[in-house]
Unconditional design. Structure first.
Length: 540
């Protein structure tokens, strides 16, 4: 959970703190000792710069020292170099000026990893997997992602000339792409499932989330929504004020959403629903998994504690620390844990961590134990008297495991997903009638609503068998067949027909989502229990 603060802290103070953290851990130092610590750190820095076997950049040494200090505190306090700090600000603000793509360097190539629908790059026909071979006529081979970003971004209304290398094309594809304001969507898909069920996928919390949710809810209500699936799976969190806005959309005015406690000024705050909402009376199923964290857990916890929504899926990640972001130079930032947050029933959602953070950080890779013992001291009660527990994520009201897009694939399926081989395979296809970039004979044409038949699935197997360090057996392939079909279709749909089409088709076969839809009678009963108890707003 991120809260922004922007005092300009002198670099010398940060260096002093780095020295203290590096040598004596968490001991408290008197103010008079700091000058000596600063001299020690500066002397070490000078010795390294003058005598190390190879030239080193002092800013990288300082960045590493600060990072090492923060790693002794908790899993989430962190230092952000200029690039990371800029990216954090963009994610929080939810907008920037550019083409609307995410890139990464793969084997020295500037490779398109993702696109925002409706952005200039998407409208021009750029695809995931495309390699940006030239920018403004210059060979981009060997560039860093920062090098490329600096050339691709620019003032709104200007253009940039790029040349793409794409599978199935013998020649580079030359494009001139306009730059525009890019809004990073926190809600990539919302649609109706049947006549009366709304579905909203909320993938993160940035400064546009509250407004986006309001538009989505109003649109679905106009379309006949009488109940809602709020999908928070794999949502890592984001801005605290947006978590409260999302919760406020479903809770009566005055009810407590979350409260924070810490030791810095203004750390102790209670956050209530401050606005009246028209969306407080229909049944809600909240979908979560082991990768739902932070702001996602605030929303799920508030709706569960007030018996407003039925939480379905897996136990969430368990991250309940507030990071305040301090700007420590013109370009770099520090995310420092300054408070813990608690749900309305006084639950601390933060999981404990081991000294190296290994167990904590690998939580999502391990199978969950729904029968794990609980301490009586962790027991809490919802408004209607239902039992919930503190100290380890939000536990679902109805459990259904499905860590990978609602499925529980074998090792093979998880490897294919992690290595993005479904997305790579989707590069072989083009949509019938798509004239953004002329179709090439080497590409296979599909139309909206296509199915993944046995022939396509066999072709996908031949494709993945060529991947390095991947063992594909008949048994593993057959075991994951349902998951493989779903993900092949999802990534082709996403590339060619958009996220709404892709998510709609995936939900239809997603076991976890289908189970969630079957629990609406429980959600209706929960709403009746809540209303029957005469639960009213808390006093602010």
């Amino acid at each position: 959970m991120v809260r922004f603060r922007f005092p300009l802290v002198a670099t010398a103070v940060v260096l002093t703190a780095a020295a203290a953290g590096g040598w004596v851990g968490n001991r408290a130092f008197a103010r008079d000792d700091r000058a000596e610590q600063m001299r020690t750190f500066t002397a070490a820095l000078a010795a390294i710069e003058a005598n190390y076997i190879e030239p080193v950049e002092s800013d990288q040494l300082v960045y590493s020292a600060i990072g090492g200090m923060l790693q002794t505190l908790d899993p989430h306090s962190s230092f952000m170099n200029p690039r990371d700090y800029r990216q954090l600000r963009e994610r929080q603000e939810g907008r920037y000026f550019g083409l609307g793509i995410t890139i990464a360097v793969i084997d020295g190539d500037i490779t398109v990893m993702d696109l925002f629908e409706g952005a200039p790059a998407y409208l021009k026909g750029i695809r995931r997997g495309d390699v940006i071979a030239r920018i403004e006529g210059e060979n981009a081979k060997g560039w860093t992602s920062d090098d490329a970003v600096k050339r691709l971004r620019g003032p709104r209304g200007t253009t940039v000339k790029i040349s793409l290398r794409r599978l199935g094309y013998d020649q580079l594809i030359d494009l001139e792409v306009p730059r525009d304001q890019i809004t990073m969507p926190s809600i990539p898909a919302e649609f109706m499932i049947g006549a009366d069920t709304g579905y909203i996928r909320l993938q993160d919390f940035n400064e546009t989330t509250g407004d986006s949710l309001d538009r989505a809810l109003r649109g679905l209500k106009t379309g006949g929504m009488k109940r809602l699936v709020l999908d928070l799976r794999s949502n890592p969190g984001g801005a605290l004020n947006q978590a409260t806005r999302v919760s406020n959309a479903f809770l009566p005015q005055g009810q407590l959403i979350v409260y924070t406690r810490g030791r810095v000024p203004n750390a102790d705050q209670d956050f209530h629903a401050t606005e009246r909402s028209e969306f407080t009376d229909f049944p809600i199923v909240v979908l979560v998994n082991r990768s739902s964290a932070s702001a996602s857990e605030i929303v799920a916890g508030a709706l569960q504690d007030h018996d407003r929504g039925l939480v379905v899926g897996e136990t969430t990640f368990g991250k309940a620390l507030v990071q305040s972001v301090y700007r420590i130079s013109d370009d770099a930032g520090l995310a420092l844990t300054t408070a813990r947050y608690y749900t309305p029933s006084k639950r601390l959602i933060q999981r404990p961590w081991d000294g190296t953070f290994d167990e904590y950080l690998t939580f999502t890779l391990r199978e969950q134990d729904p029968g794990r013992p609980r301490s009586a001291s962790d027991l809490r009660l919802t408004d209607a008297g239902r039992k919930v527990y503190s100290g380890g994520g939000i536990e679902p009201d109805r459990r259904f495991d499905g860590p990978v897009e609602g499925f529980s694939p074998s090792l093979l399926g998880r490897q294919l997903y992690a290595r993005q081989l479904f997305a790579s395979y989707a590069e072989r296809y083009a949509a019938e009638g798509d004239t953004r970039i002329a179709a090439n004979g080497a590409r296979r044409l599909v139309r909206r609503g296509f199915g993944v038949d046995d022939t396509m699935l066999a072709d996908f197997r031949r494709f993945i068998q060529a991947a390095p360090r991947l063992r594909v057996t008949d048994e593993a392939f057959e075991k994951d067949a349902g998951f493989l079909r779903a993900m092949v279709k999802y990534d082709i749909d996403r590339a060619l027909f958009g996220m709404t089409e892709a998510r709609r088709n995936l939900i239809a076969v997603d076991p976890q989502a289908q189970f969630a839809l079957s629990t609406f009678p429980d959600a209706v009963a929960l709403l009746g229990l809540r209303n029957g108890k005469g639960i009213k707003a808390d006093r602010p």
